[in-house]
Design a protein around this ligand. Structure first.
Ligand code: MTE
Ligand code: MO
Length: 198
């Protein structure tokens, strides 16, 4: 069917590329002072700890260059983020054998959940820079999570806690019907309807 527009194979199904950077969140942008901000790493770990802004910045920095995908159907190409790899946090926290899930905790009681195995991917960052500038407050600054292989609701803005758990615990959108796995390439947008729905 030559008259159909060729789909861009680098864009997940059902997504449209945007040049802007849409802002999406529930509640108001919280005012966060880096001087009092802490990242609490806790739960099923041998070594729970808290990081200050300076301590986070002193850890080895990594970057992600690539695309991000929102379930509301925008994809932003070629984004550039700097932060600390989640795997660096894990190395310090030493998860217990039973730790299989990670809950991101953020301001406004926002949470989101992923398997630890997913979070260990090389491109998962505790991010503090976007396009060469500090992450803006409206995009989750001073510190947000970045899990670029998943729909963007799995990347908590205004991150302040990383909790390791033996059992999965659905987050803010997951309990409201969003898909637990959130793979844009599989269009895992919403949870399956229950079987009784027909
Ligand atoms: N703390 C917090 N993080 C959040 C959200 C939120 O409501 N609160 N929304 C999520 C959703 S649905 C999306 S699409 C992205 C949007 O990030 P952006 O505003 O930087 O584009 O943040 C995610 N992280
Ligand atoms: Mo979203």
């Amino acid at each position: 069917m030559p008259f159909l527009k060729q789909k861009d194979p680098t864009v997940p199904p059902g997504q449209t590329v945007t040049d802007g950077f849409p802002v999406l969140h529930v509640g108001d942008v919280p005012p966060i002072d880096p001087k009092t901000w802490r990242l609490r790493v806790f739960g099923a770990v041998e070594n729970p700890f808290e990081l200050t802004w300076d301590e986070l910045r002193a850890m080895p920095a990594s970057e992600y260059r690539g695309d991000i995908h929102c379930v509301t159907r925008w994809t932003k190409k070629n984004t550039y983020w700097v932060g600390v790899k989640f795997s660096e946090i894990v190395a310090r926290a030493k998860p217990l054998a039973e730790a299989k899930y990670v809950i991101q905790h953020a301001d406004n009681d926002y949470t989101t959940n992923l398997p630890l195995a997913v979070m260990l991917d090389d491109d998962v960052l505790v991010a503090y820079e976007f396009d060469g500038q500090p992450v803006e407050p409206i995009h989750g600054g001073p510190v947000r999570m970045l899990v670029p292989k998943k729909y963007f609701w799995k990347s908590a803005k205004w991150l302040h806690g990383l909790e390791f758990k033996d059992r999965d615990e659905k987050g803010f959108w997951e309990v409201r019907g969003y898909n637990n796995d959130a793979d844009p390439w599989k269009e895992e947008r919403y949870a399956d309807l229950p079987a009784w729905f027909g």
